[in-house]
Design a binder for this molecule. Structure first.
Ligand code: CTP
Length: 404
């Protein structure tokens, strides 16, 4: 869900009219969980005021190479080391030339020279400047050195002319930035994830549900996508946005979730069941709103199908991971479910602790599989999901080797 969670992005803004789009870029990167520090060249400050970037990034803007106060807080070398990604947007023709020549006479160029982090450029300039042989040669030098670029796009320019030189759209830059962070543990692997609660209707306006927010499942889907997987997310009703690049199928009841899973599972290499599926459904929901009566109505419940068990008991099941929410005997119960449902892995967590598990942002997981286990200590659901995906990828690969 938050593809840039805790990633450090140093955004360098150079002088160009497209600088006006950079505050929106900062906001979008932060929405995805990134910490953003902004460096501005003197020319950039002619287009957008540093205060704007300070407001959207939540931290002072870095401008001067030799400002003693700024150096005391975080010098150019620390900034270069802090960054997991250096993003230059917009990258002017002048800055591209200076970068290609290895200049270090201002903060922005020095940070680029002193960093081991990948550098991503979003060039923006007049189309003739972009096509100029000098710019093309500088750009080629940089790309040959491993600097990546997104855009420029073709189209109408601020100067009124038409051609290549428009800065890539903010959404395109964000996607390119997230791709710089993606790992490849699950490259090309097809992953099916269930998430969220289900709702079992009592009548047209009432239903039975649970406290699941879907956060863990969405984080798992996002982490799998970040690891290069093709992810389909089958989700009960939640308030969450679907992670970028993930296909989602929305369902309401346990029966809907079952049929969506069964129609998609034959295409899946890995199935991860994080959903809090209702164990019981109302046998005959009323077709009209039930009226208040003098005697309380009796609800007859019937069991739902255990989707996880159904998937794991197929003749050729995918690598199947279940979740277990327990209030006691965590490990014993998790191992019990691993065997009883014939799963490849169970991720168990203790529920009932304040601030952990259901509906909270943090969790703690104990992961068990045949012949092994691993504990993932208290952390955000995004961080846990990434660690979980690494373990799933390892076990998935080991299981495939065993099959050969
Ligand atoms: N699950 C499922 N379909 C159901 C019920 C559960 O796919 N109808 C999956 C959940 O997505 C989760 C695991 O089974 O991966 C959770 O099982 P859990 O509810 O902890 O335990 P149960 O097997 O239902 O046993 P108990 O409630 O007795 O702990």
């Amino acid at each position: 869900m938050r593809a840039l969670f805790q990633q450090h992005v140093c955004l360098i803004v150079t002088g160009g009219i497209a600088a006006y789009k950079a505050p929106d870029l900062v906001r979008r990167l932060r929405d995805l969980g990134a910490e953003v520090k902004v460096v501005m060249t003197p020319a950039a400050t002619e287009f957008v005021r540093p205060l704007t970037f300070q407001a959207v990034s939540g931290t002072p803007v870095h401008q001067d190479l030799l400002d003693p106060a700024a150096e005391a807080a975080m010098g150019h070398i620390e900034l270069a080391r802090w960054a997991d990604l250096i993003l230059v947007a917009p990258a002017s023709a002048d800055f591209i030339a200076r970068l290609a020549s290895g200049f270090a006479d201002d903060l922005a160029s020095t940070v680029c020279l002193a960093t081991a982090a990948p550098i991503l450029l979003a060039p923006a300039m007049n189309h003739l400047m972009w096509r100029n042989a000098a710019t093309q040669a500088n750009f080629k030098t940089l790309t040959q050195r491993g600097v990546r670029a997104i855009g420029p796009n073709d189209g109408e320019q601020a100067c009124g002319e038409v051609g290549p030189g428009r800065m890539a759209e903010v959404s395109e830059i964000v996607i390119a930035a997230t791709q710089r962070f993606s790992t490849r543990e699950l490259a090309g692997v097809r992953v099916l994830v269930t998430a969220g609660p289900t709702q079992e209707p009592i009548d047209p306006v009432r239903f039975i549900t649970n406290r699941s927010s879907g956060k863990m499942g969405y984080a798992v889907a996002s982490a799998a996508q970040g690891a290069g997987a093709h992810v389909t997310l089958i989700t009960g009703p939640t308030q969450l946005g679907v992670p970028t690049g993930v296909i989602s199928i929305r369902v309401t009841t346990a029966a809907d979730m079952l049929s969506a899973v069964m129609s998609n599972v034959s295409d899946a290499d890995i199935f991860i069941a994080t959903a809090a599926v209702a164990d019981y459904t109302v046998e005959q929901p009323a077709s009209h709103k039930m009226k208040k009566a003098t005697t309380p109505p009796a609800l007859t419940l019937s069991p739902t199908v255990d989707i996880l068990r159904r998937v794991a008991s197929q003749p050729k099941p995918p690598f199947t991971v279940g979740f277990a929410a327990e209030t006691q005997d965590l490990l014993a119960n998790a191992r019990g479910k691993l065997l009883a449902k014939n799963l490849d892995m169970v991720a168990a967590n203790l529920v009932g602790n304040p601030g952990l598990g259901f509906d909270s942002d943090e969790n703690e997981l104990h992961i068990v599989w045949q012949g092994g286990e691993k504990q993932l200590g208290r952390a955000s659901k995004d961080a846990l999901a990434r660690d979980l995906i690494v373990i799933i990828a390892e076990r998935y690969r080991a299981a495939r080797v065993d099959l050969v």
